[in-house]
Design a protein around this ligand. Sequence first.
Ligand code: D61
Ligand code: MG
Length: 432
Amino acid sequence: MASSFLQSIFHPNEIVALIQYKFFRPPPIHVIPPEQKTKIRCYEFLNETSRSFASVIQELDDGIRDAICIFYLVLRGLDTIEDDMSILIEKKEPLLRNFHKTLYKKGWTFDESGPNEKDRQLLVEFNVVIEEFLRLERQFQDVIVDITNKMGNGMADYAKDAAHNKYGVMTNKDFDLYCHYVAGLVGIGLSSLFSISGLEKPELANDTELSNSMGLFLQKTNIIRDYLDDLSGNRRFWPKEIWSIYVADLADLKKPGYETKAINCLSTIILNALQHIPDCLTYLNKIQNRSIFSFCAIPQVMAIATLALLFKNYNVYTSVVKIRKGETVKLILKCTDIYEVANIFRYYTRVIIQKNDSKDPNFMKISMACGKVEQWCQTNLPDIDSYSPQQDNDIMIFLIGFILSAFAAYLLHYVNQEHLDYQGRESLDVFD
Ligand code: D61
Ligand code: MG
């Protein structure tokens, strides 16, 4: 905790946000009656398996929260099988292809995940997820089964593809298809669930292209950020069509002597992800329900903030690059409506424009992709510049002196206590 404050020491407005988030946020959490043991266990699993989505899912309205929690756990279970390199393909392929059928098998569990699989316990107790799945309304069940079926088959196609296993993702089209299976389909399923719940218009379910883009933008951002981690586990998701412009092997990008190529390659793949932004904004602009809006918008603004941080940042090739917790919290608190969110996107695309440099082979294309965000705002929210978001205003700045001294006192207190803290994750861990 104290370390989040320290990270933000030169960003006083983030200190304000951290304090506001920690002390003045209305307590969320809907109490589950103690007799509903399997539901309680499902929410425990949600908190154990998701850093990025647990809190936004738990803040959803009553009519949709459980369905989305179960949707998440089912797909996390499927993904745990996909990611597990200790399961032979002969076994893995049918498991992935038939996973949707196991949702109707009361009592089904799976204890053959490798010992290092981080979410293996979810599959060990998967009967609990199945039980809660079977309690959902029939229409919710049908969407979850349909998406699980499509995702499982897509994952299986890639898992058994020899070229994919050797070289990773090949073309840009391939990149979009893989991301469609693992994340675009989540977006498509979510839109159906929102519509069925009645909290969003029925038409949202038909906006499959926009829903797909929501997932692609998140998944591509993860793939870009996780270059080093994935490569060390021999996973290759950056498309060959992009890296082969610069190097003969994806792993060369991190080698000494390739720094300029590495930075230019990073620009190329970030440009690829930036193309999805107008669709994401158009999607968010259609959302009516407040809780669904935050649920959808928070991961998106984390993604654009991450891309802005990764752009021209050589650390992508040497370590894990993450946005500060203070910045995360500031973004979460701001994600209240489309004007705020569009402003955040504009802010970060302007950060990218400032880092852009005319020697970059993608200089023009990057400035055009960022220009499209400005254009989107002018076309769809023509009053955006007269609309004044809650600013980091003078009073705030004035308060900062006071807060910083409170902070100093807080630090003195906590630095001494930190070693006593529970060893687990902090409650907030968005997009870690
Ligand atoms: C609105 C709000 C949330 C959205 C959305 C629209 C559209 C798409 C998504 C969330 C999905 C974004 C996925 C991005 C993170 N990528 C992963 O977790 C990778 O696994 C993909 C397959 C499993 C997807 C599980 C999932 C994720 C988020 C959900 C959800 C299901 C259901 C409801 C709400 C959010 C990645 O995982 C790495 C890991 O194991 O941690 C991988 O294996 O590539
Ligand atoms: Mg996976």
